[in-house]
Design a protein around this ligand. Structure first.
Ligand code: NAD
Length: 350
């Protein structure tokens, strides 16, 4: 049988092939890995012909038409090599009887540490210093930052990544606040849970770590921005759709928002993971964001460490083994006990 791996880059090939070759996966006996460097979409779905399983990433298209087409060409399993599954029409996947599994946890520290890198780059202006010094300009004007010790950081969504961030920020001596509709004891040793409206006015930095769902889409919007302290900064390493882009542009223009670091962007699917350096980029909102000195954008790379890629490959191949051996898969996103309607509003918890 074939596993068609869509949107695969050199690093995906390297890590998946190495883990596949070195481990005792059942799939090794019967599975051929077929790497496609383009994403899964309505245009490319026909190339899944002959594969019984597909492996996809954050920006592959798993909408109802693509799922119907996958089913039509004989695909029966969808292996997401990521945690988030906002790009998947779960109801259609369940109706069509697909095996669907994700990688719910892979080095949460990889993402939390990247959020720290963004906070400190934005706060201490190292991105500007780097360029300035290379031009022979050693002037410090415009590079003034804030000492993190004693500052208040709000963590929106304290799951695996939010908790890893809390552990690190405690070391910096920050005061930690969190908003999460499902509080756990694990965070209480680091800080205090508050309602979002009570958290926002107190924070110097707000870091987003909740999943993208209907209830969290545009959680940062015109109204929530107004509740924030003037000059506070936002870091988003979760999903682009958590932020209403036009509203943050307005808040940056009137200087209410002190800085913005995005590893994820609402319309990233059209751009991220591809080289567009020879293109005229049509996304005016992204291009406007890039003009601000206090905005940092990276291309959805917070997960991108050797450790995380190894864990992703191992977990994806374990999920494939579960599919082949027809045993219950702990990372399955379908046929759980709860009805779909309830599950859709609840994040994946492990
Ligand atoms: P997780 O499921 O462990 O934690 C998510 C937390 O969000 C949970 O505690 C949940 O209760 C909370 N939550 C749910 N609804 C909420 C709401 N309305 N408001 C606030 N919090 C809410 O997930 P995780 O592993 O910590 O990952 C978090 C997110 O990070 C993922 O959903 C994914 O989108 C993103 N992510 C990004 C990258 C990257 O490379 N940038 C990598 C991995 C994950």
């Amino acid at each position: 049988m074939k596993l068609a791996i869509f949107g695969s880059k050199q690093y995906d090939k390297r890590f998946i092939s190495a883990v596949f070759a070195s481990s005792e996966f059942e799939s090794k006996k019967s599975v051929e890995l077929v790497f496609h460097d383009f994403p899964l979409s309505t245009d490319t779905v026909a190339l899944a012909q002959g594969a019984e399983a597909v492996c996809v990433f954050v920006n592959d298209n798993l909408s109802a038409p693509v799922l119907e087409a996958l089913h039509g060409v004989g695909v029966r399993a969808i292996l997401l090599r990521c945690a988030g599954y906002n790009n998947l029409d779960l109801e259609t996947a369940e109706r069509l009887g697909f095996f669907v599994a994700n990688v719910p946890a892979y080095s949460p520290e990889a993402v939390a540490e990247f959020a720290i890198a963004l906070i400190q780059t934005l706060n201490r202006n190292t991105h500007r210093a780097y360029n300035r010094v290379r031009e022979g300009n050693f002037n410090l004007d415009g590079l003034l930052g804030k000492t993190l010790r004693g500052k208040t950081v709000g963590i929106v969504g304290v799951g695996k990544i939010g908790l890893a961030l809390a552990r690190i920020l405690q070391g910096f001596g920050c005061r930690l606040l969190a908003f999460d509709p499902f509080p756990t004891d694990a965070f209480k040793q680091y800080g205090e849970y508050l309602a979002l409206d009570d958290l926002l006015p107190q924070c110097d930095f707000v870091s987003l770590h909740c999943p993208l769902m209907d209830s969290t889409r545009h959680i940062i919007n015109e109204h929530s921005l107004l509740k924030m302290k003037k000059g506070a900064m936002i870091v988003n390493t979760s999903r682009g759709g958590l932020i209403h882009t036009k509203s943050v542009i307005a808040a940056l223009k009137n200087r209410h928002l002190g800085g913005l670091a995005l590893d994820v962007y609402e319309a990233e699917a059209a751009l991220f993971y591809q080289d567009h350096s020879d293109d005229i980029i049509q996304d005016d909102e992204l291009m406007r964001l890039l003009t601000f000195p206090n905005v940092l954008v990276s291309g959805h790379q917070a997960f991108f460490t050797e450790e995380a890629l190894t864990e992703i490959s191992e977990c994806t191949l374990r999920n494939l083994d579960d599919f082949l051996q027809k045993v219950p898969c702990k990372n399955s996103l379908v046929n759980k006990e709860k009805p779909l309607a309830k599950r859709a509003s609840i994040p994946v918890r492990i």
